[in-house]
Design a protein around this ligand. Sequence first.
Ligand SMILES: Cc1cc2nc3c(=O)[nH]c(=O)nc-3n(C[C@H](O)[C@H](O)[C@H](O)COP(=O)(O)OP(=O)(O)OC[C@H]3O[C@@H](n4cnc5c(N)ncnc54)[C@H](O)[C@@H]3O)c2cc1C
Ligand code: FES
Length: 509
Amino acid sequence: MASGQETPAGPDLRAGIATGDLPDGKMMAGHVDGEAVLLAHRGHEWFAIGAACSHYSGPLPEGLMVGDTVRCPWHHACFNLRTGQPVRPPALNDLPSWDVEVRDGIVRVGAKRKPFPPPTRRSKGPESVLIVGGGAAGNSAAETLRREGFEGPITIVDPDPDAPYDRPNLSKDYLAGNAPEEWIPLHPPEFYREKGIELRRGPRVTSLDPRGRRVRLEDGTELSYGALLLATGASPVRLAAEMESSPLRVHYLRSLADSRRIAGAAREGGRAVVLGASFIGLEVTASLRARKMEVHVVAPAARPLERVLGPELGDMVRQIHQEQGVVFHLGRKASGVGGGRVTLDDGQALPADLLVAGIGVRPNLELAEGAGLATDRGLLVNEWLETSAPGVFAAGDIARWPDPHTGDRIRVEHWVVAQRQGQAAARAILGQGTRFDAVPFFWSQHYTLSINYDGHAERWDRIEIDGDVAAKDCRVRYVRGGKVLAVATVGRDRASLEAEAALETASSG
Ligand SMILES: Cc1cc2nc3c(=O)[nH]c(=O)nc-3n(C[C@H](O)[C@H](O)[C@H](O)COP(=O)(O)OP(=O)(O)OC[C@H]3O[C@@H](n4cnc5c(N)ncnc54)[C@H](O)[C@@H]3O)c2cc1C
Ligand code: FES
């Protein structure tokens, strides 16, 4: 409840409802003492937890119940219905939970429970865990180690003075000016102090000695470790040096500092050129339109995002942006930058006050390559996310893992996958690991429209569309050899959750 004055949707669950009003396997929204509550019924059990997801407040009653968990319709976080604790990212924080009582055919939500205490079990594990990179994967691994009861030292090393933070927001609401900077850190600094997670921000790790179980930092410091997680992420692909040396600064977007700089350079009524119709390029485009800049997008492909989403959704994405006044120059590349303009390969010159390049990323593999770890367009890991060096694990944008759903070794650049891999690697480090078999998931936001994507399809021989792409209400399936590899949805969040669950079952069956 934003203002504290509106009553949340649904009945007063303190007063109760008839048990027959909520059939087995169903969930509903209600409220208790002014708080929005999700009531769930599973067999002879009833559960009550907070109704707003602890990620971005997604409506959990509209989500999917799977066993004794609920999945959020917006970005697929998963919570334990018994405790309110997050089971799967992107949610990191617990939800409140309440006692539930059933008597005389009435189910009533009772007292709010105290927050769950830290685990009392102690996990054995290595002497210490060192995490290189405090992004999605590194942060998630550190949190999971503590949630699993690991008591040894945990250190995260990262050169970024702001890490760890909500990277996906940097191209969306934060850049559009709709999210204040205090929303961007994943946790306040005291969180890490309380959990005993040391954040060493400043010098980067420059070399790794897997035999001696040591790393060296830029400032010469050496750190030893019991187990190591490499989670160094990716860096933007840069333009040719002669374009970068032009007086018109080329902006890239990976860090909070980058996003601050782009926001600082954006001027209402000014002209921006975005190179690359990638997810990041187009999200930047939408955010600059929100800041009332005129935006031109230049990209070599015939349609935006066609390689990932196919022609139909590619056209839809282009249309959404055109409706917002964006001008596309497709099938074109920049051939020069300078004098307040960007020159295209057909000779056209686009005046520009701001230039942003979103032309892809490359995994940061220098450390792994320098240490002789096995790589192949990514850092190779096994099902438990361990690299070719014992005791060295990898997660996130750098990791190429054996994906049981496609049967291929894949590497993806998705926030939720990086977080889930961080979680899995932490458990593997503690010897509690199971094979990493999560179905990849990502979302992308363009103005008010969100695209959700489950699975992974680098190639397909058929696209099946259910619904109406033009009406922005559809489910698109990418099929290879008769097998559904991936499902994208627009305006159908629940269908996206169902697709994720179906892909999980298809591969485990
Ligand atoms: C602007 C933007 C928007 C995005 N939006 C979405 C989205 O909507 N949905 C989605 O699914 N994905 C999105 N992504 C992708 C997603 O953010 C990444 O897939 C995810 O952050 C990868 O996590 P990671 O932990 O592997 O790497 P990162 O989160 O990049 O973290 C890597 C960290 O390692 C540090 N590091 C690098 N080298 C060293 C070193 N030598 N020593 C120490 N530290 C080092 C870096 O400083 C960095 O902090 C977006 C990415 C960007 C940049
Ligand atoms: S709002 Fe629930 S996962 Fe993002």
